[in-house]
Each structure stands twice: as C-alpha cells, then as structure tokens.
Design a protein. Structure first.
Length: 428
C-alpha cells in the first residue's frame, strides 16, 4: 500500500516529541508495584516502644468486645449482618497479627517543643527502638518519623532531628526497608527541593545508595495547592524532586484552619478538602506518588463511641471510593472501623472484579468488554485487597486465575516491562 509521508516526516515527529518522551519516561513512571498501607498511625515519638503495635491491637479488640464484639461494631458502622459475620473473624486476625500497617513517630504537633536536649535524646532513642522492633519482628511493615517543618522557626530543629535519627539508624545497623520519613506543613516547592538535597547529602555522608532516602510530603497549607503566581506548586513537586517523594498526605485540620473554616466544620469531607485532594490527585497521577487522606478527631470514646465508629467507617469508605486508599488513625479504637470499612469495600467489590479479570485474561465473551486500562484497575483492586488481608492470595488465584506476581504485573505493566527488559539485558 502506498503512503504519503516519508522518513523525513517521521524524523521530524521524533524530533518534536523527544521532550515529551523524556517527560513521560522521567516524570510519569507509574506506580512501583510496592505495597501501600491502608493507614498511618501517629504517636508522640517518645511513647513508641517495640510493644506498641500489639498494645494497640489488644486495645482495639478490647473496645470491640466491650461493645459486643466485632460483628456488633460492624453493624454500628453500617454493614449488614451477613457481611459483618463474614468480616469479623478476618478483622480479628488482622488486629492480632498486624494491627498497625504504617506507624509514624511524631516529633511535630504530637511532640511539641521540649527543648533541644530532650529532642536530641528522643531522636536517637526513637532510632534505637525502631531497630529493636525490627530485630524483634514487632515492627509494622512501614515505620518512621515526622520531624518539624522547614519554616524558619523550626527549620534547624527539624533538620537536626532528621539527621540524628537517620545517623543513629545507620550506625545502629542500617535503615529498615519500610522506613518512611514525613515532611510536614510544606508551603513551597523550595522546601521539598531542600529536603531532597538533605537526603542526598545524608546518603553521601553515610555511603548509602543514591535515592535510598525518600520522603512523604504533607499537604497542609493552601499555598501548596495554589501558589502566589496562580500556579499549583503541588503539581510541580514530582518534577522538582523526581524519585524522592513517596506520598502526599492531606492534613485535615491544619489545612481547614488555614482557610478559616470553623472548628465544628473542619472535616475530611468539607468541600474545601475535596477541592485540595482533587488537585493532589491530578498532580500525582502517573507519577508513582501515593495519596493519603487525613484523619477525624472524633474518637470512639465514652458515650460517643457508636457515633464516632459510624463516622469513621463512613469516612474511610468515602476515601476509598474516591481513590484514596490510605488515611490517618489517631487512636487504637479507630482500628476496628478502619479494617471493617476497608475489608467491606474490598469484599463487596471482589466477586465482580475477580470475575471480570478472569474473563479478560481468558478472553471470555461477556456483557462487559474490558480494555487494558480497566484490567489494570481490576488487578490493582484485587491486589490491594490481598495486601491488606481482605482477600487471601489463594482466593485470588482461584477466582481471578492469577497469582500475586501476575496481579502485580497486570496492575503495573510498565514495571513488568522494565523488569523483563532488565532480565533480558542481564542474560544477553
């Protein structure tokens, strides 16, 4: 067949799109396929001990037992009786075996200003206790610190705490695989660039691999969502510090207060919160940076326990439906509804997702014709359910017809392609 365009036209197109190709390869690599926790728990840094996760799990189960058991809590949270009965044993096992998925030892709001001598000592002690927890097998899969922000009044203190903590880890045996560092109250791109430079310097000084130290950014100020120049700084972050940022975490109360929203109306579901989180979601799409919703400070205690459980479960479900697969928990009594709501989300959607995924893989004709993009979403959904414990790997293999490694490859095809290319290169 004849064509009108010659080699010169193709060469011109390649030249014009070279910068686009580079941007997509460097700036939008996609998710790395690693596990994302369903929540982050914050505790004052000096209160952490290797036994804390188990203590939180026991406290969560005790609170549920006092309310009539996990089935009763599930009903309070709005689940029907049949689903409550199905989920209760799964959540009980979760609270016994892995009650906290991600734990942050807080040197910021939850710690305050206790003077340099006390914080120096606590930063080193926190590192030692983290290493002790890892050695004892009691550490959550993800664990790290939140240090003070890089605004002028707390900048030097935050950097010193970060340095002491990382140095103590390296000198005490090395940084854990699940280490997470959190930079709070970010207002400008320059603060994130500074954090990236500090991470690189710590790597150089300690002889660590380049890129080993990564960090989360907390979105707690309106200036990060909409800058003075009318642009969105949060959208510039992935490209200002490529490969360094692991997540964006929405800060419910700092952000709401910055907008002068009255305390009684500060919430994860306020329209101002949804606007900020919508911008965050757009900003990191395709970059591999994860998202986390914030917290509710309405705690399941005393006479308000049932009301708080129902609220928390509803907010967790709301976040999941909007593509925010992680959130903050502030008290042990929030763990039952964190897992009940999360497990309900995955268990309810699992049968259809598994069936559609199997039909896609087997090319079975049906009423729904799924495209590769939808297959990625289906595989990601099932994979998240497996990773948090809502779905077993055996179930997924039987129902969807694919093992966990296959789910990862389907959910993250660019990662799988890169891995295959690397393997072929090594064997050549």
């Amino acid at each position: 067949m004849g064509t009108a365009l010659g080699a010169a036209a193709l060469a011109d197109a390649e030249r014009r799109l070279a910068a686009t190709d580079e941007l997509l390869d460097r700036g939008y690599p996609g998710d790395d396929g690693s596990r994302q926790p369903v929540h982050t728990v914050y505790v004052p840094a000096d209160r952490f001990t290797p036994a804390l996760p188990a203590e939180w799990g026991a406290a969560a189960l005790a609170a549920a037992d006092e309310a009539g058991g996990l089935e009763a809590v599930a009903v309070v949270a709005g689940l029907d009786a049949a689903l409550a009965a199905e989920l209760a044993p799964r959540v009980a096992r979760k609270l016994e075996r892995e009650p906290i998925e991600d734990l942050r030892l807080d040197f910021e709001d939850g710690y305050g200003d206790r003077g340099d001598e006390a914080e120096d000592a606590d930063a080193v002690l926190a590192a030692r206790r983290v290493l002790d927890a890892v050695a004892a097998g009691t550490a959550p899969p993800f664990l790290g610190i939140r240090f003070k922000c890089f605004e002028r009044p707390t900048r030097a203190r935050g950097i010193r705490t970060l340095d002491l903590f990382v140095t103590a880890l390296v000198e005490g045996g090395g940084m854990p695989d699940g280490l997470v560092l959190t930079l709070p109250k970010v207002t400008t791109v320059a603060q994130v660039e500074t954090m990236a430079a500090l991470a690189a310097e710590l790597e150089r000084v300690h002889g660590l691999a380049e890129g080993r130290i990564r960090f989360e950014v907390q979105v707690e100020t309106p200036q990060l969502v909409l800058g003075a120049d009318g642009r969105s700084p949060v959208a510039q972050l992935p490209h200002a510090a490529p490969g360094r940022i692991t997540g964006l975490h929405y800060g419910t109360y700092d952000y709401s207060a910055s907008l002068q929203i009255a305390a009684g109306y500060q919430s994860m579901e306020h329209p101002a919160a949804d606007l900020a989180k919508g911008v965050m979601q757009l900003a990191v799409a395709g970059t591999g940076i994860r998202l986390s919703d914030g917290s509710t400070n309405v705690l399941p205690l005393g006479e308000r326990t049932a009301e708080a459980w129902a609220l928390h479960a509803r907010l967790v479900r709301r976040s999941l439906e909007r593509g925010y697969y992680q959130g903050w928990d502030l008290h042990p009594h929030q763990l039952p509804t964190r897992y009940l709501a999360s497990y309900a989300f995955f268990r309810e959607g699992y049968p259809a997702a598994a069936a559609r995924l199997r039909a896609y893989l087997e090319q079975t004709p049906g009423a729904v014709l799924d495209e590769p993009a939808t297959a990625r979403a289906l595989a990601d959904f099932v994979l998240r359910g497996v990773e948090c414990g809502a779905v077993s790997a055996e179930e997924a293999a039987a129902d969807a017809g694919v093992q966990r490694a296959g789910l990862v490859a389907l959910a993250h095809p660019r990662l799988a392609a890169a891995s295959a290319s690397s393997t072929q290169g090594a064997s050549a």
